[in-house]
Design a protein around this ligand. Sequence first.
Ligand code: ZN
Length: 94
Amino acid sequence: MSGSSKCHHPEIDFNLEHAIFKDTNIRYLEIIGKCKICETPIQFQGNFPVGVTPDFPTQVELGNRNIVLPFLVEGEIYDGNSPSFYVKDPEIEN
Ligand SMILES: [Zn+2]
């Protein structure tokens, strides 16, 4: 089943990817989810910039389906110079 309008999406299957940005101690958690029954992807709510930056959450591509959350372990201080690239208002840019 895919994208069924009859499904009430009772269970969401989340995929969490954890990565660390090279030459920094900034880590990222990428979150993706879809309905376990009909496989319809979840869509996060909000106006996320597209790209990656250590400064705030972003979406990987338009559609709010892949959210990237930068984080440090409590007590750590940001160390390094992470590459940062994002489009602040992707809807306007396109
Ligand atoms: Zn569903």
